[in-house]
Write a protein that binds this ligand. Structure first.
Ligand code: NAP
Length: 273
């Protein structure tokens, strides 16, 4: 698998989005906790060493399960988590970017993940009620205190990325991006120019994008699955792209990781672009 540097860290370019191993609608525990642990462990066996999670997944359940399944962590494993969203009830994802909340959220993630320092801590989303600089400032403070190794952002504009970079080094941006939704193209380009990682969430469009006929056509031609074509397209799209497909299914996990070794032809790419 190709690797990429995220700050001081080197990871394989096909990551794992752990959000899907929680209960339905990312709320509560999964029906089968042992099966969720198995998915996490299998990802490591397949060579995945970049896991994305958040305190809001479950909430808390996702981070707990990562620690249960994988701690003590294998050397080289990078866990990226996020803070800044509250889950008062199923279906609600309420921003809370107040520095005092982010400080508490960071402490909670450190405890649940059984870590003294988080390799990549991302602001989950800007909070319109809080000056963006204050939210980023809280993460910069966590970094100065040695609790965060690298700071990342999620769901931001180019302007917000620029503003954050004036406060502390930013090593990654996680925005929605896939074959059917390229609304963050400008942010991707900014990441390329800055040489920082772009982590596309919904890389498979939550399973919807991969139903597109043009993807199915290439998949049939390449004897691959549509998900593999969508992921290979993302990898070909930009050298800073690190897809984080999510699944709770072992077979899908294996397919998704195998897509890292799939090269699409110029003709395939032209048909998809
Ligand atoms: N920063 C943010 O605001 C934000 C928002 C959403 C997500 N995320 C992160 O991004 C990650 C990826 O997003 P996502 O999980 O929502 O969406 P996704 O990766 O685009 O799609 C996941 C969905 O596709 C299905 N799937 C996965 N692999 C498949 C395959 N090979 N063939 C057919 N279906 C497949 C999964 O179902 P099965 O379980 O049945 O495989 C699941 O329903 C999340 O896990 C999370 O870490 C971040």
């Amino acid at each position: 698998m190709d690797t990429i540097r995220i700050g001081e860290l080197t990871v394989n370019r096909m990551g794992f989005g752990a959000m899907r191993i929680c209960g339905p609608n990312v709320w509560g525990p999964p029906r089968d906790r042992a099966a969720a642990h198995e998915v996490l462990r299998r990802a490591i066996e397949l060579g995945v060493n970049f896991f994305d999670t958040a305190d809001s997944y479950g909430p808390h359940v996702d981070e707990d399960m990562i620690a249960e399944a994988l701690h003590p962590y294998p050397k080289g494993l990078v866990i990226a988590t996020k803070g800044g969203l509250l889950r008062p009830r199923p279906g609600a994802w309420d921003p809370d970017g107040r520095p005092e909340h982010l400080k508490r959220a960071l402490e909670g993630s450190l405890k649940r993940l059984k870590l003294e320092r988080i390799d990549l801590y991302q602001l989950h989303a800007p909070d319109s009620k809080v000056p963006f600089a204050d939210s980023v400032g809280a993460l910069a403070e966590g970094q100065r205190a040695g609790k965060i190794r690298h700071v990342g952002l999620s769901n931001v504009s180019v302007r917000q990325l620029e503003e954050a970079r004036r406060i502390c080094p930013i090593v990654s941006v996680q925005n929605r991006y896939n074959l059917g939704d390229r609304s963050s193209e400008d942010v991707l380009k900014a990441c390329e120019q800055l040489g920082i990682a772009f982590l596309p969430w919904y890389p498979l469009g939550a399973g919807e994008t991969i139903k597109q006929e043009k993807i199915k056509v290439i998949a049939r031609k390449r004897k691959a699955t549509s998900a593999q074509v969508a992921l290979a397209w993302l990898l070909a799209k930009s050298p800073v792209m690190v897809p984080i497909p999510g699944t709770a299914d072992l077979k899908h996990l294996e397919q998704n990781v195998a897509a890292a070794r799939m090269a699409l032809s110029a003709e395939d790419l032209a048909a998809l672009n």
